[in-house]
Design a binder for this molecule. Structure first.
Ligand code: BGC
Ligand code: NOJ
Length: 810
C-alpha cells in the first residue's frame, strides 16, 4: 500500500494520508541551521550541533510518538484542528504534505478553511521560516483564532533531559512586540539566544508551557487553545515555550499570509546587551527584516530551488525507468547531502546527543556528496583528518561545534584510517585539486603537530601495516566497519557499552574485511603516489599490498568464500567450521572488489555463495546462519535477535559492496537485481511492510530470519546513501571520474538498450549516450567523442567544453 506519490517535476514526495506507517520526515537547512520535520510537523531545530546547540525541544520514544514540533492550532468556533493533523488529530477534510528538497509544505483543510504552511531554512540564514497561508474556501465569512507553538530546548539537548533540578529554574524569556526571545543562560556563559517572531500584530502570547498547555492537558488539547484564550504568560524557569495568538477574519474566498520566523543569534561579549537585562536584538531584527513578508519568503524559496537545480545538474540520468531516474537524479543525491551534513547525529532514530561526525562515516558519506559541493567536501576532509593521530589511528567521532576528536563513542576501530584514503582520492579525482595533499593538517587537533595532508594518508596506510596479526592480516582492534563484531571485548556486564568498554588485553583478532579494504585503498594510495610522481613512496608501499593479497589467499579463504576474521583465540570467524555465522557479507564485498584470487575463481565462488546463502527477497543479509545465542568472544553482533541489525539483518550499507563486486566480474543482471531490491523507490508499493520513507534508504531492513522480513528501520542517516549512489553511478551506469579523465564502463542487465547521462566534471559537460546493440552486460567496443573515435577507454577532461560522448557496448 502507498501513502502518497512521487511528484518528479517538483522533486517532491507527496504524502496524502497523515497516518503513515512511521513518521516520514524531511530535513531543512544545508549549512549551519538545521531542522527535522515530519509529515505532521513534528521535529526540532538546532544550530550546527544537535547535541550542544538544540533550539527546540523534542522527546524521543514518546507516547504517542513524534509528539512535539512546531505546531499551529486553529480554533474555528470550537472546532480545534491543526493543518498537519497532529497534534490535535481532528479528522481533516483535506491533507497533503509535500516533502521537497530542503523544504516541506503541509496543507490541511477543515470546514472550508484551508491552512498551508511552508517550512524551510533560507540559504545562508540562521533561521527557519514558516509561511502560513490561510484561505477561506467557504461561502461564509470566517473569524477564527490561530495559535503558534513550540517548546524551547535549553541548548544542551542531553543536559536538557537530565538536569531538571537545575533546568526547571533557569528558563528566561523576553517578549517584545510580536517576537518572543529565548535567553536562558544568556546572562552568564552563553553568547546566543533564539527567537520566534510573526510578521503581524498579535493579540496575545504565551511563554510558559504549563500556563498554555495546562498541567494535565496534552499537546493535542492545550487549555489556552481549547478556551480560545491566551494567558499572556511570562516564563520564569519551568519550561519556556513560544506561542503567538492571532485573531483572524477572512471573507469568502479571501486569503491571508503570515510569516513566522524561528531564529538563532550570536553576540560577542561586548554587544550582548541593549540595557540592563535586556538582550541586544539588533541581529534578530536584521534576520526578521530579511524574511518578514510573503514576497521575501517566496524569493528565498526560489533561491533555494535554484541552488538545488545547480547541485543536481552535475549528474543527470535518463534511463527511461522513472524510479531509477528519480533515485539517481533527485532523492539519492539529496540523501547524500543530508548524510554529509548530519553524519549519524540527528534523525528520528538517532537522538542527536549520542553521535556527532563519525570518522569512518563522514569519509564514506563524502563519496556521494563530493560532486555536489567539492569545496565543502574538502573542508570536511581536513576537519576529519585534523582529528587523526600521528600513528594513523583516529578518534571515532567529533562534535561539529568543537571539531575536536573525542572518544565519547569509543576508539581503536582499525578500519577507520583507510576511509580517509577513499575520501581524499575521490575528491582529487572529482576536482583535480592535488593541492589538498599539501595542506597543513594538524594531528589530534594540535596545530603544532600539523603535517601535509599527504602524510595523513601515509599514516593511514601504515596504520594497517604496523598493526598486522599472526596470519599477516590486519588486527581488528575494537572492531572494523562492523561495530558489532567485537572480537576483543568479552563483555559480561549489561551496563557497559560494547563500543566503549575496555577490551581484553593481548588481543590478536584479525579482520579479513580490513584486509580487502586495505588492498583496495592501499592500491589507491600507491596509484596516487605515482600520479604525483612520488615513486619512492609508491615502491615502498606496493609490496605491503601484495603481501596482503597473498595473506588473504592463504589465510583468508575458506574454500568457497572469504573468511571474515580470526577471533581472539585465533579461531576462524565466518567459516564452514562454525555452527553459526558461517559466512559474512563484508569480506565477500571487499575481497571481490579487490579481485583477490579472481583468476583462481575465488571472486566468482564467493559471490555465488553470497547469492546462495545471504540473498533473500528484500536484499542481502549480513551473515548466515544468524546467531541465536550470545557469543562472548563475538560481542554485540550476537546480542541482536536473528535477522536484525548486524545479526543477519539486511544492513543496506554493505549491499552495494556486493553490487560493485558483481560488476567486477561483469554480472550486470545480478548487480542490478541487488540494487533494485533495496532501492526505496521500488519499495513504495510495500510501504506498509517497509514502514520507512519510500524516498530514502534505511540503514537496515529486517532479514530472512527476522520476525517480519522486509521491515526497515533507521532511515536517512546511513552510509547506504553514499554507497548506493556510488555503486549505481560509478559501477552499474559506469561513469567514473579518474585522475586524467572520465572512465565509462557500464555493467548493466543485457536487456537494457541504453541510457543517457549528463555529467559535469572539472568544467567539462559530458553528454553521454550509452548504446547496447548486442545486448551485453559489460564491455565497450567503441567510444566516439563529438563524432570522433576515441582510442582510449578514458575520455579526457576539456574544461569549458561540452562533449557528446557515444559509447557502444559490445
Ligand atoms: C549498532 C551499530 C552502530 C554502533 C555504534 C550499535 O549498537 O548496532 O550499527 O554502528 O552501535 O553506534
Ligand atoms: C552504523 C555506524 O554508523 C557505522 O559506522 C558502522 O560501520 C555500521 N553501523 C556497521 O556496524
Amino acid at each position: 500500500m502507498k501513502y502518497g506519490y512521487f511528484d518528479d517535476e517538483n522533486r517532491e514526495y507527496v504524502i496524502t494520508d497523515p497516518i503513515t506507517p512511521w513518521p516520514w520526515i524531511n530535513y531543512l537547512g544545508n549549512e549551519d541551521f538545521f531542522s527535522l520535520i515530519s509529515n505532521t510537523a513534528g521535529g526540532y531545530a538546532f544550530y550546527k550541533d544537535a547535541k550542544f546547540r538544540r533550539l527546540t525541544r523534542y522527546r524521543y520514544n514518546n507516547v504517542p510518538m513524534d509528539n512535539g514540533g512546531r505546531y499551529f492550532y486553529i480554533n474555528d468556533h470550537d472546532t480545534v484542528w491543526s493543518p498537519g493533523w497532529k497534534p490535535v488529530k481532528t479528522p481533516l477534510d483535506k491533507y497533503e504534505c509535500r516533502h521537497g528538497l530542503s523544504y516541506t509544505r503541509i496543507k490541511g483543510e477543515k470546514n472550508g478553511l484551508e491552512a498551508e504552511v511552508l517550512f524551510f531554512v533560507p540559504l545562508k540564514s540562521w533561521c527557519e521560516v514558516q509561511k502560513v497561508k490561510l484561505t477561506n474556501n467557504s461561502p461564509e465569512a470566517k473569524s477564527f483564532k490561530l495559535f503558534s507553538f513550540m517548546e524551547w530546548c535549553l541548548w544542551n539537548a542531553e543536559d536538557d533531559q537530565n538536569n531538571l533540578q537545575r533546568n526547571l529554574s533557569t528558563g528566561e524569556v523576553e517578549i517584545a512586540g510580536s517576537t518572543i526571545y529565548h535567553k536562558t543562560e544568556y546572562k552568564e556563559r552563553r553568547n546566543h539566544y533564539a527567537f520566534y517572531h510573526v510578521n503581524s500584530e498579535i493579540q496575545g502570547f504565551d511563554t510558559d508551557r504549563e500556563s498554555f498547555v495546562g498541567l494535565y492537558n496534552e499537546y493535542s488539547g492545550p487549555q489556552a487553545v481549547l478556551e480560545g484564550k491566551p494567558r499572556n504568560s511570562h516564563a520564569h524557569g519551568w519550561s519556556p515555550v513560544a506561542s503567538h495568538y492571532l485573531e483572524i477574519e477572512l471573507k469568502p474566498g479571501e486569503s491571508k499570509e503570515l510569516v513566522f520566523i524561528l531564529g538563532y543569534v550570536e553576540n560577542s561579549d561586548d554587544e550582548k546587551w541593549e540595557s540592563k537585562n535586556l538582550i541586544n536584538k539588533v541581529k534578530a531584527k536584521d534576520a526578521i527584516e530579511q524574511f518578514n513578508t510573503p514576497g521575501k519568503v517566496d524569493a528565498a524559496l526560489k533561491d533555494l530551488q535554484k541552488y538545488w537545480d545547480d547541485l543536481l545538474s552535475g549528474y543527470v540520468l535518463n534511463s527511461g525507468d522513472e524510479r531509477l531516474d528519480r533515485m539517481v537524479n533527485i532523492w539519492n543525491q539529496y540523501q547524500c547531502m543530508v548524510t554529509f551534513n548530519m553524519s549519524r547525529s540527528a534523525s528520528f532514530f538517532e537522538v542527536g546527543i549520542g553521535r556527532g561526525m563519525g570518522f569512518r562515516d563522514s569519509n564514506q558519506d563524502l563519496i556521494g556528496f563530493v560532486h555536489q559541493i567539492p569545496e565543502r567536501a574538502k573542508e570536511r576532509i581536513i576537519d576529519i583528518a585534523s582529528t587523526q593521530f600521528e600513528d594513523g589511528g583516529a578518534y571515532h567521532q567529533y562534535q561539529p561545534l568543537t571539531k575536536r576528536g573525542n572518544d565519547a563513542i569509543g576508539g581503536n576501530f582499525n578500519d577507520d584510517p583507510l576511509w580517509l584514503i577513499l575520501s581524499t582520492t575521490e575528491y582529487i579525482k572529482e576536482t583535480g585539486d592535488y593541492g589538498i595533499l599539501d595542506e597543513m593538517v594538524p594531528f589530534d587537533n594540535d596545530e603544532s603537530r600539523a603535517k601535509p595532508h599527504f602524510d595523513h594518508l601515509k599514516a593511514s596506510f601504515y596504520h594497517v601495516v604496523n598493526n598486522i596479526g599472526p596470519h599477516g592480516l590486519p588486527l581488528i582492534g575494537r572492531a572494523d566497519w562492523n561495530d558489532c563484531l567485537n572480537l576483543n571485548c568479552f563483555s559480561t556486564n549489561p551496563n557497559e557499552s560494547f563500543q566503549t568498554t575496555e577490551n581484553k588485553s593481548g588481543g590478536t583478532a584479525e579482520s579479513v574485511m580490513i584486509a580487502g579494504l586495505f588492498v583496495v585503498y592501499g592500491r589507491e594510495f600507491v596509484k596516487l603516489c605515482r600520479q604525483i610522481g612520488n615513486n619512492d613512496e609508491a615502491d615502498a608501499a606496493e609490496p605491503h599490498v601484495d603481501r596482503m593479497v597473498d595473506a588473504i589467499k592463504k589465510h583468508g579463504w575458506d574454500g568457497d568464500w572469504y573468511l571474515r576474521a580470526y577471533d581472539f583465540y585465533g579461531k576462524k570467524v565466518g567459516s564452514k567450521e562454525n555452527q553459526e555465522g558461517q559466512i559474512f557479507i563484508e569480506s565477500q564485498g571487499w575481497c571481490s572488489m579487490a579481485e583477490i584470487g579472481r583468476d583462481e575463481g575465488m571472486v566468482h565462488k564467493a559471490l555465488d555463495a553470497v547469492k546462495e546463502r545471504l540473498d533473500c527477497e528484500y536484499g542481502i543479509v549480513l551473515n548466515n546462519p544468524a546467531f541465536t545465542s550470545y557469543v562472548l568472544e563475538y560481542g554485540e553482533i550476537s546480542t541482536y535477535p536473528a535477522g536484525y541489525k548486524e545479526n543477519a539483518g539486511i544492513f543496506c550499507h554493505n549491499n552495494p559492496w556486493i553490487m560493485i563486486g558483481e560488476t567486477m566480474i561483469g554480472r550486470g543482471e545480478q548487480a542490478w537485481e541487488y540494487y533494485r531490491k533495496i532501492c526505496p523507490a521500488y519499495l513504495e508499493d510495500i510501504s506498509d511492510l517497509h514502514k520507512t520513507e519510500p524516498y530514502v534508504y534505511s540503514q537496515m531492513i529486517a532479514g530472512k530470519d527476522a520476525h517480519k522480513p522486509g521491515e526497515a528501520k533507521n532511515s536517512w542517516l546511513t552510509g547506504t546513501a553514499a554507497w548506493n549512489y556510488y555503486a549505481i553511478t560509478r559501477y552499474i551506469l559506469g561513469v567514473r571520474p579518474d585522475y586524467d579523465g572520465i572512465i565509462i564502463d557500464p555493467c548493466i542487465p543485457s536487456s537494457w538498450k541504453g541510457y543517457g547521462v549528463s555529467r559535469k566534471l572539472r568544467g567539462t559537460t559530458y553528454n553521454i549516450k550509452v548504446e547496447n546493440p548486442d545486448g551485453v552486460c559489460k564491455g565497450v567496443k567503441e567510444i566516439r567523442v563529438n563524432g570522433k573515435k576515441c582510442n582510449d577507454s578514458i575520455v579526457s577532461y576539456s574544461p569549458g567544453e561540452v562533449l557528446d560522448v557515444e559509447v557502444i557496448m559490445g
